[in-house]
Design a protein around this ligand. Structure first.
Ligand SMILES: N[C@@H](CCC(=O)N[C@@H](CS)C(=O)NCC(=O)O)C(=O)O
Length: 215
């Protein structure tokens, strides 16, 4: 019998699910993992499509509800487990700043980074939600410059999402190695929850590589 109070993460490695898992580690509650093998097409099999018709990970099930989209998962977890203090209270004016960066992450940073990675030709600045790549990263740099986190001293779910995207971009060369970004990523990497997630997912990646080698 599964406990509806225990979050279940539908996950693959490597994937954006690693950011959701980092968030679960920040929250610090027990969770179950359903690991899918993308190489075997498990995320496109009927039983998973019944869970998420997009065939994408991450997906989170909690209290009988399914949540997809990384920022939604992170924001949901912050609210569902308020003791972890990963979001400003609903009546705190800084909730506005928090929403701003959560949505900026998905609406601006993610498409800018992906367009860059796949060398998609630029379209009109006015028509593109994120404007230009430079606008996105200049804006983010200014927001991160005071530090240590997007909301100053308060580390929130917005840092998990933005930080996850920046770390990916720095690693794969789609985000410029500006000092502000590099130092922010280094601070994030020092977080115990981030280190736990990296070790746990690193072990899964190593096991998958070993299985592929010996297959
Ligand atoms: N908009 C989704 C994107 C999720 C996504 O694209 N996940 C990739 C892994 S990084 C995936 O599941 N790919 C497998 C596929 O589409 O078949 C989110 O932010 O959570």
């Amino acid at each position: 019998m599964t406990d509806p109070e225990k979050p279940v993460l539908f996950h693959m490695v490597p994937s954006r699910g690693m950011v959701a898992r980092w968030m679960l580690e920040e929250v610090g509650v027990p969770y179950d993992l359903r690991l899918l093998d993308g190489k075997k097409g498990e995320n496109r099999a009927a039983d998973y499509l019944a869970i998420n018709p997009m065939g994408k990970v991450p997906a989170l099930r909690h209290r009988g509800v399914l949540i997809t989209e990384n920022p939604a998962i992170c924001a949901y977890l912050a609210d569902a487990f308020p003791a972890a203090n990963l979001a400003p209270a609903v009546d705190d004016p800084r909730r506005g700043t928090y929403y701003r960066w959560l949505f900026f992450a998905h609406g601006c940073v993610e498409p800018a980074v992906i367009d860059k990675a796949f060398e998609r030709p630029p379209v009109q600045r006015g028509a593109l939600g994120y404007g230009t790549y430079e606008d996105v990263f200049d804006t983010l740099e200014a927001a991160l410059a005071p530090g240590p986190w997007l909301l100053g001293e308060h580390f929130t779910a917005a840092d998990v999402i933005v930080g996850g995207q920046l770390a990916w971009g720095l690693r794969f060369g789609t985000v410029e190695k500006r000092t502000t970004f590099v130092e922010y990523a280094a601070r994030l990497a020092e977080r115990p929850a981030h280190q736990r997630q990296t070790a746990l997912d690193g072990a899964l990646i190593a096991a998958a590589e070993e299985a592929a080698r010996t297959a």
